[in-house]
Design a protein around this ligand. Structure first.
Ligand SMILES: [Zn+2]
Length: 253
């Protein structure tokens, strides 16, 4: 089965509704490739390693969370940008990228899928553009301590986490936002969360965690964002009868 480049774009747009977001780069078709598509590779970041793996997999399209173009770039096609673009263009591969719309989708997005991986369910949203998820354990239970929550995350994500702060009692109300959402910590505290989970931590959040009694856990930017792209790509691939494969290029950050 196959579809066209523009039908695939319409399907991603219909699902993720990029017009609703103020984002840091273009969402949608970032690099135009061949017109007919049979095979999609999804991944977290349009790195050279992912593009090379997609070429080996004979992909017609790549679907990622982190595309090539961001606000603040100098706009020159040199160095790593030249290398990545040259590979895509030489192999006529389409690159579709969705950033905040992919974080936000209520069932298939990074936050929803991270929650699923962690056994959490959301009852509310918080923070800028309502990207943050707020809820607790899907089974209605709680975590006995910050350490118990951290060990649970390490088991569920199969990687070490950075944990700062303690609570007095059990952890029931949990806020999370995938990727580099450390700036959402204060909104999570204001929302009454016992713990906040994101990918990265910066220096100020360690102090806020200690001073405010809200636990901060950084579980890795990549690790927190590897579930949305395959969920969306596989749903859209099924819709058109296309082949789909998620390729995880590991990243310790
Ligand atoms: Zn990210």
């Amino acid at each position: 089965m196959s579809t066209t480049r523009s039908e695939l774009l319409q399907a991603f747009d219909a699902l993720l509704q990029p017009a609703r977001f103020k984002d840091y780069g273009p969402n949608g078709l970032q690099v135009e490739g061949r017109a007919q598509i049979q095979r999609i590779v999804s991944g977290v970041t349009a790195s050279r390693a992912l593009i090379e793996a997609a070429i080996d997999a004979k992909a017609d399209a790549i679907f990622v969370h982190h595309g090539l173009f961001w606000r603040g770039q100098d706009g020159c096609v040199t160095g790593w940008m030249k290398q990545r673009l040259a590979l895509l263009l030489a192999h006529d591969i389409n690159l579709y990228a969705y950033h905040l719309p992919l974080d936000a989708h209520p069932e298939l997005g990074n936050n929803a899928q991270l929650g699923r991986q962690l056994g959490l369910s959301a009852t509310a949203r918080f923070g800028e553009q309502e990207l943050g998820f707020l809820g607790g354990r899907a089974d209605g239970g709680s975590f006995a301590s910050a350490d118990a929550l951290a060990r649970h995350l390490e088991y569920a994500l199969n990687r070490p986490v950075v944990q700062v702060g303690q609570t007095h009692g059990a952890i029931k109300k949990i806020a999370w936002c995938s990727g580099g959402a450390q700036s959402y910590f204060e909104a999570a505290i204001a929302a009454g969360a016992d713990a906040f989970i994101t990918g990265e931590i910066s220096e100020p959040q360690a102090h806020y965690a200690r001073e405010m009694g809200t636990v901060f856990i950084a579980c890795g930017h990549h690790a927190s964002e590897r579930y949305g792209a395959p969920a969306v790509a596989s749903q859209v691939a099924t819709q058109f009868g296309l082949a789909h494969e998620f390729i995880d290029i590991d990243n310790p950050a």
